[in-house]
Design a protein around this ligand. Structure first.
Ligand code: NAD
Ligand code: DAU
Length: 332
């Protein structure tokens, strides 16, 4: 099988490429990535010299570049996106360009070159804040940030291409990912790296927002199931069912560090901050036999250990451009 992985230099894309190379000894992978601030080829050191792996620098919004990369592949898995909610609040431009127009460009190429299937990696955030119960795949879209609205736009295009042209697309809605190689602007890696540096952690609002967490390896196995046996035209939620308030997560992290509540700094809330995400993931469990295997406690312990052991990786990212952005947010 020959796969085009877009956004493969980012957090989950790079974990998925390493997973595929490890799991399938004959698969060929093309990693197509623009290398924005979030793209990092160091995430792929393990596979960079493998003859079954090839890197192409390119933008999913660039139809010419996409048409060269896509020819002859059996499947496309689209991880490429602008992904950080706070950045989308500061400037939505790149989100609209990549998450909507980029998705459209890929759909056009999949249609034109007769690619067997495209998996669109999307998010539970398109359902908006779920006050109670769980959102299944038929839950209405109620995005509340420029990020989730852009992802919802891409998902709507996928649906339209399925219905109008019969384009072979599957959309996934994943809950919050965590694990090795996550850029240290997101909640868990930001808090873990701050604590390693002896700094306080900035908790938004009252800290009682609820998120559902899935470990990298579990998400890779879910996408693997969908690439191989997912039904074309369908949508699959990918959730673990493990939901915690942000304060509960901070307490678990602090336990690993032996620190107390004095390390928490309550800061201004995120505008439009979704209160709660909760997925009903019974469809992928029932139809594709996938189940998460890593508990949040175990995944968190492994993640903290990875950030302790890979300080060179994240210290580079927490300097320079990142620092400038962080200062803008917190005025530090
Ligand atoms: P990330 O921000 O770590 O990486 C995104 C990657 O996409 C980077 O390598 C970047 O260079 C690349 N990219 C950005 N714009 C591009 C463009 N125009 N053309 C080509 N490449 C481009 O992302 P992530 O956190 O690994 O998320 C991957 C996907 O999963 C995204 O689609 C995101 O919406 C979705 N998702 C993420 C989470 C999460 O918790 N992180 C949860 C659910 C869904
Ligand atoms: O739910 C899936 C989504 O999860 C993905 O689609 C997004 O790409 C991904 O970024 C993530 O979005 P969140 O907004 O949920 O993740 P983030 O890590 O930014 O924040 C998690 C929670 O922690 C959220 O309630 C905000 C809070 N938070 C975050 C940061 C960065 C803080 O309290 N302080 C912080 O400094």
């Amino acid at each position: 099988m020959r796969l085009l992985i877009t956004g493969g230099a980012g957090f989950m894309g790079s974990n998925f490429i390493r997973y595929l190379i490890r799991t399938y000894p004959t698969y060929e992978i093309i990693n197509f990535d623009k290398l924005t601030y979030a793209g990092n080829l160091e995430n792929l050191k393990e596979v960079e010299n493998n003859p079954r792996y090839q890197f192409v620098r390119g933008d999913i919004s660039d139809a010419d570049a996409v048409s060269v990369a896509i020819r002859g592949v059996d499947a496309v898995v689209n991880f490429a996106a602008e992904t950080h909610v706070d950045r989308s609040i500061m400037d939505p431009t790149a989100f609209i360009r990549t998450d909507i127009f980029g998705t459209y460009t890929l759909l056009e190429a999949v249609k034109k070159y007769g690619v067997g299937r495209m998996i669109q990696i999307s998010t539970d955030e398109v359902y908006g804040s779920v006050a109670e119960g769980e959102a299944d795949e038929s839950h209405p879209f109620e995005p509340n940030s420029p990020y989730s609205a852009s992802k919802a736009g891409g998902d709507h295009l996928c649906r339209a291409y399925v219905k109008t042209y019969g384009t072979p697309v599957i959309v996934t809605h994943g809950c919050n990912f965590y694990g090795p190689n996550q850029y240290p602007e997101k909640f868990i890696p930001l808090f873990v790296t701050n604590l390693i540096e002896g700094k306080k952690v900035p908790l938004y609002g009252d800290g009682r927002n609820i998120r559902e967490w899935i470990y990298t390896e579990d998400h890779c196995r879910a996408v693997d199931r969908i690439v191989h046996d997912g039904k074309l035209g369908e949508v699959y939620n990918i959730g673990s069912g493990e939901r915690y308030t942000n304060i509960e997560v901070v307490e678990m992290i602090l336990q690993e560090f032996g620190g107390g509540d004095e390390m928490i700094e309550y800061v201004q809330d995120r505008p439009g901050h979704d209160r709660r995400y909760a997925l009903d993931s019974s469809k992928i469990r029932r139809e594709l036999g996938w189940n998460p295997e890593v508990s949040f406690r175990d995944g968190l312990t492994k993640t903290i250990a990875w950030y302790k052991e890979n300080q060179v990786w994240w210290k580079k990212l927490k300097s320079g451009e990142y620092l400038e952005y962080y200062m803008k947010l917190y005025g530090g």
